[in-house]
Design a protein around this ligand. Structure first.
Ligand code: FAD
Length: 373
């Protein structure tokens, strides 16, 4: 039996984008239902660098101070090469909060604080979504059916909403794999965020509170076979700097994933909309996926606040129009960055390193990233 939901809006996915939309809708006096496929919020979790564009959304929601309590503001950003040490360093002035490093779980918890528990249905996923002219009928995986005025797909890279309601999209699988781990502060990595460029690989290191978060990314011909730990150790040695020492300092299971990006020709129908990674996942090397997701949520909420609740399609079109260019630009830049960062040939790596070391290229790039342009 189908019944009309008490919530006019269904948000699929209680990740960063979904919770941010819920925060904004709560401020507008609306009470969305959020369905989340995970049964609890436990996660292995990775570190996230949040740039000004994302921080501005947290500030707007009054969550920035809470996030700051759990985050670290790096003193600078360094690029190192496994061929020859420090290439460049950009100092970040203390009064300038350009960038915060935070554990994804802490950012998620700060966004969850303001969302009442009874708005979230854990362990639930839509199985079928039927859009009609005046409503959307959703069949959940427990067999129940409810109708909503609007469905928001905030369900990440492997989005079910995208699969159910959209046809022209692609998920590109890169030959890049990423491991993410945490180590104690025993290793002195300084107070900068550090990116170390190895052959076809990168190590990324940031101090967050009393731990050090570090990611290793590598281009591989095939997914690493077990024992993955041995593969990871080899990768850490190849990248060099403090990365082998950091790895030696933790026995934790790493977060591990393949890098994918999503392109979707349109992000909305009349009553269904995609945002965040569901609409436009970008290579994590960009360090911008979370900021894009937060910005999407803010703009979607702004458009819904001024648009007609009975006919949301115009608000959804406005939302997509305002956000598409930013996502396209980040994707384009991320592809360029990964091509530059994951060079294999020693000859080209030396040329690249010289350009980074002796020209203001990197400082210029950081300024653009910081300003969200
Ligand atoms: C290793 C790594 C490092 C990264 N580093 C950075 C960084 O430094 N800076 C940055 O800005 N970004 C970074 N990112 C990217 C960033 O994490 C994502 O872009 C961001 O989390 C996207 O938010 P989202 O809400 O769209 O998706 P997610 O955060 O993935 O949330 C999706 C939610 O939907 C739920 N879900 C999925 N399917 C269903 C379903 N069928 N039904 C119900 N619920 C469902 C999931 O369980 C999840 O809770 C990184 C990503 C990785 C993997």
């Amino acid at each position: 039996m189908t019944h009309t939901s008490e919530s006019e809006v269904l948000i699929v996915g209680g990740g960063l984008a979904g919770l941010t939309v819920a925060n904004y809708l709560a401020r507008q006096g609306r009470e969305p239902l959020i369905v989340e496929q995970a049964t609890d919020w436990r996660e292995s979790g990775y570190g996230i660098g949040l740039w000004e564009a994302g921080l501005a959304v947290l500030d707007d929601l009054g969550r920035l101070e809470t996030v700051r309590e759990h985050a670290a503001a790096p003193d600078g950003f360094e690029i190192r090469s496994s061929l020859g040490g420090l290439l460049t360093r950009t100092r970040i002035a203390p009064e300038q909060t350009l960038l915060l490093a935070i554990y994804r779980g802490d950012l998620h918890a700060a966004l969850r604080d303001e969302v009442p528990d009874d708005w979230i249905r854990m362990g639930t996923s839509p199985e079928r979504i039927d859009e009609r002219s005046d409503e959307v009928v959703v069949t959940f995986d427990d067999g129940t059916k409810e109708t909503f005025g609007l469905v928001v797909g905030a369900d990440g890279v492997h989005s079910t909403v995208r699969e159910q309601c959209f046809t022209r999209w692609t998920v590109s699988e890169h030959d890049t794999y990423i491991w993410s781990l945490w180590a104690s502060q025993d290793v002195d990595v300084g107070s900068d965020m550090v990116s170390v460029w190895g052959p076809g690989s990168e190590g990324f290191v940031a101090r967050v509170g009393d731990r050090i978060g570090f990611n290793l990314a590598a281009q591989l011909d095939a997914p690493p076979e077990p024992p993955a730990r041995e593969r990871l150790r080899e990768q850490a040695e190849t990248i060099g700097w403090k990365v082998p020492e950091l790895l030696a300092g933790t026995e934790d299971e790493p977060f591990f994933d393949r890098v994918r990006d999503v392109t979707c020709e349109t992000w909305h129908t009349d009553r269904v909309v995609l945002l965040g990674d569901a609409a436009h996942a970008v290579h994590p090397i960009s360090g911008m996926g979370a900021s894009l997701a937060l910005q999407d949520a803010r703009v979607l909420a702004q458009e819904l606040a001024t648009g007609s609740p009975e006919r949301p399609s115009e608000a959804l079109a406005q939302f997509e129009q305002r956000r598409r260019d930013a996502a396209t630009r980040v994707r384009r830049e991320a592809r360029f960055e990964s091509a530059v960062m994951f060079l294999e040939s020693e000859h080209f790596r030396r040329l690249r390193d010289a350009a980074v070391e002796h020209t203001p290229l990197f400082g210029w790039f950081l300024e653009r990233r910081a300003s969200g342009q």
